[in-house]
Write a protein that binds this ligand. Structure first.
Ligand code: NAP
Length: 475
């Protein structure tokens, strides 16, 4: 763990092993923190806060920029670590490291644009100023599916705003976080500005909620855990940002470019073996093109290569654990028992030398809303196809969920593209675009998919408090 500028063991001395989900082999170990370690990290961040916040924006931007450069230089090494502990194909891991680096670069620039306002006063001898100030020490909790980019998407804006950070990565993927913190160390942040603790979410979460020196919690993970943190934060009115689960509709109209849309559907659905919060969960296809779309998609999906992410040419790695695989199997069985038709895949993938939880990329047609897969986040490589007839009907179906993170529309009709995107109850709409995440845009969900935004100038707001100064000019 990295606390106050030093690498430390847990006070208890406990460590746990990290496993490769493709092979089951041990790839490393990390300390298991207790609350006392988390409190020590918060103390370090608290001590570092004032001097860091008092630097000029230009001074804060410099180590952020250096971190960007070092992360890019180390992309191959860090991508390897990521694939070993998370399982995604090496090419995807490299792309993620570069994506992660973009947050450091973008916020190194945006650090200089934390502007205030002046407001016309109600009396001639008064002036009204509004300034934005850092919220204080930030506690960040991140998931395993993007082990580096979800970290920089929080750390970079927090540091740019003048906050200091204590971060807890997911239990499955702490080694990528350690590699990232070595980058931050080498970039020259003062001791205590960035701190890393590894250990159980519930232990860290409890300390984050109850420690009065911590001003804000920023969380990315499941809606279930997010709700627990929201509830816990009420007692202390602790500032929170939540990036939670999703159930993305992917809507294909009959006028879409079919070849491109099938490729886009594969990119959205099967990236990271379907384990992303914004991947297509319900694929709505207009009934007039359903048979062609299903056949084209199934044909391409059958050609995807499953295997260890370290092997060249692999498209689909393992699921993170056996529980995740069982959830996928249950959803496929449930759908088949209620009348869905298997177009591709539908089984575990077994090969000598692979001991992980692999599942064949799968396409199901004749799916309807009675099936679990239409309402429960899948987090696996299964593409369910649902037919629709009209624009009105598909908008209503797409919005009939408690989630509201990402959505997708494929059409060549500009009017329809606007009409549908404006009516979708989602924080993100990809129009003919399966990969909408970029550093400069506000990422986040409506409804139970979250609170607040990450990325872009909106992502900086999450780490700033507003202060209004009423200034009397003494006559
Ligand atoms: P998770 O089980 O909620 O875990 C996320 C993080 O929360 C982990 O670091 C976990 O630590 C920690 N945690 C667990 N219980 C906690 C508690 N009681 N208090 C505080 N922290 C706790 O989610 P996941 O399985 O890692 O990630 C998958 C989920 O994340 C999916 O629902 C996905 O949609 C969502 N996600 C959302 C976004 C977004 O931007 N909206 C991005 C990526 C993923 P341990 O590892 O120690 O349990």
């Amino acid at each position: 763990m990295y606390i106050g500028g030093e690498w430390r063991e847990a006070i208890s001395g406990q460590r746990r092993e990290v496993r490769n989900p493709a092979t089951g082999e041990t790839v490393g170990s990390v300390p298991v923190c207790g609350r006392e370690d988390v409190a020590a990290a918060i103390d370090a961040a608290h001590a570092a806060f004032r001097p860091w916040a008092d630097l000029t924006a230009q001074e804060r931007s410099e180590p952020l920029r250096r971190a960007f450069e070092i992360l890019v230089e180390r992309k191959d090494e860090i991508a390897r670590i990521m694939t070993l502990e998370q399982g995604k194909p090496l090419a995807e891991a490299k792309a993620e490291v570069l994506f992660a680096a973009e947050f450091l670069r973008w916020y190194s620039e945006e650090a200089k644009r934390v502007y205030g306002e002046t407001i016309p006063a109600s009396a001639p001898h008064k002036r009204i100023l509004v300034i934005r100030q850092p919220v204080g020490v930030v506690g960040a909790i991140t998931p395993w599916n993007f082990p580096v980019s979800m970290l920089t998407r929080k750390i970079a804006p927090a540091l740019a705003a003048g906050c200091t950070v204590v971060l807890k990565p997911a239990d499955y993927t702490p080694l990528s976080a350690v590699a990232l913190f070595r980058v931050l160390e080498d970039a020259g942040f003062p001791p205590g500005v960035v701190n890393l603790v590894t250990g159980k979410g519930s232990v860290v979460g409890a300390e984050f909620l109850e420690n009065p020196k911590l001003g804000k919690i920023t969380f990315t993970g499941s809606t279930e855990v997010g709700k627990q943190l929201i509830e816990g934060s009420a007692k202390y009115v602790k500032r929170i940002s939540m990036e939670l689960g999703g159930h993305a509709p992917f809507i294909v109209f009959e006028d879409a470019d079919l070849e491109q849309t099938v490729d886009a559907c594969i990119a959205s659905k099967f990236r990271n073996a379907g384990q992303t919060c914004i991947c297509a969960n319900r694929i709505y296809v207009q009934d007039t093109i359903m048979d062609r779309f299903a056949a084209m998609l199934a044909g391409k999906v059958k050609a995807l290569k499953v295997g260890n992410g370290m092997e060249p040419g692999v498209d689909i790695g393992p699921l993170i654990d056996w529980e995740a695989l069982e959830k996928v199997e249950q959803q496929v069985q449930d759908a088949l028992s209620k009348g869905a038709k298997l177009e591709a895949g539908g089984r575990r993938y077994v090969r000598e030398g692979l001991n992980g939880a692999f599942y064949e990329p799968t396409v199901l047609s004749h799916v309807d809303e009675s099936m679990d897969i239409c309402s429960v986040e899948t987090f696996g490589p299964v593409a369910p196809l649902i037919a629709f007839r009209t624009e009105e009907e598909v908008i209503a179906k797409a919005n009939a969920t408690e989630y509201g993170l990402a959505s997708y529309v494929f059409t060549r009709d500009l009017g329809r593209a606007f009409r549908v995107s404006e009516r979708l109850e989602y924080g993100i709409v990809g129009v003919n675009d399966p990969l909408p995440s970029v550093a400069q845009a506000p990422f986040g969900g409506w409804k139970e998919s979250g609170l607040g935004r990450e990325g872009g100038r909106h992502g900086l707001e999450a780490f700033l408090e507003i202060k209004y100064i009423s200034l009397g000019l003494n006559g």
